[in-house]
Design a protein. Sequence first.
Length: 307
Amino acid sequence: MKSGASNLGRTLGQIKRNSGLYLLLLPAVILTMLFAYKPMYGVLIAFKDYSPALGINASPWVGFKHFEKFFNSYQFSTTIKNTIIISLYSIATFPIPIVLALMVNQMKAGRFRRFFQTVSYMPHFISTVVMVGLMLILLSPSTGLVGNLYRLFGGEAPDLIGSAGWFSSIYVWSDVWQHVGWDSIIFIAALSTVDPSLYEAATVDGASRWHKVRYIDIPMLMPTAIILLILRVGGLLGVGFEKVYLMQNDLNITSSEILSTYIYKIGLLSSQYSFSSAVNLFNTVINFMLLILVNQISKKFSENSLW
C-alpha cells in the first residue's frame, strides 16, 4: 500500500512539474476524444436495423444480419478481390520512393539536385479531382495525347479509362507519379543522419559507390522502411475512395468497385445505413488484424515494430 501511494505521489509530482506541457497537450486529447473515440458509439448501428426516426438506441437489434447479408451477396467476392488487387499492386511499388531517395542522396548538392527534388515533389500538391481530370484528358482515345499518338502511327487508340483490365495499372502508376517524390522525403531525411565518417572509412577500405549504398545506406533505411511497410499492409483493404470513385465508370465497374466505393453507394446513395456500417466495420476489423499480424511478424524476424 505504501509503495502504491508513493508511486502515485511521484506520478502526481511529475504531472505538476510538467503541467505546462500537459496543458499544451490537452486540446489534442479533447479533439481526439470528440472526433475519434466518441463517434465509435455509432458502430452499434451495424448490429441494428437503424432508423433515423428512432435513433440508435431505439432501433431494433438484429445481431449479425447485415454481415451475413454482405457475405452472401454477389458483391462480396468482387469488392474484396478488386480491393486486394489494387492494394497489393500499390504495395509492390513501395520500394520506388526508396530508390528515388538513394538516387537523390548520390547527387551532388547543387542546382540540378534542387530542381530534381522540386519537380518530383510538385505533383503531390495536385488535388485528386484535378489529377483525375488530367488523366481523362490525356488518356482520351479521341482527343487525348494517347489517342493522337496512336493516330500518328496509323492505329486506333484503346479506351484505357473504360477498360476494366487497365484500371488498376492506371490507378497505381498515376499514384506513383503523383506521390513518389513526396514519399521519398522521409527516406532522404533518414539518409541525412548517416555519419559522414562511415563513408570516409568505406572509401579508405576501397568501397565503391554501390558498396556504400548496399552496406551503409540501405541498412540505415531499413527500420524506417519496415515501419512504413507495416502501416501500408495494415491498410490493405483501405484503398482510397476519392480517386477510385472519380475514375469509375460503367465500362470499368467490374474492376473498380472496391469496398470504399461500395460502402458509399449503399450507405449514402441507397440510405442502407446499417448495412454500410456493417461492411465498413468488417473492413476496419480486417485491417486491424492485418496490422497486428504484420507487426508481430516484423517483431519476430527483426528488431523493428510499431510496439
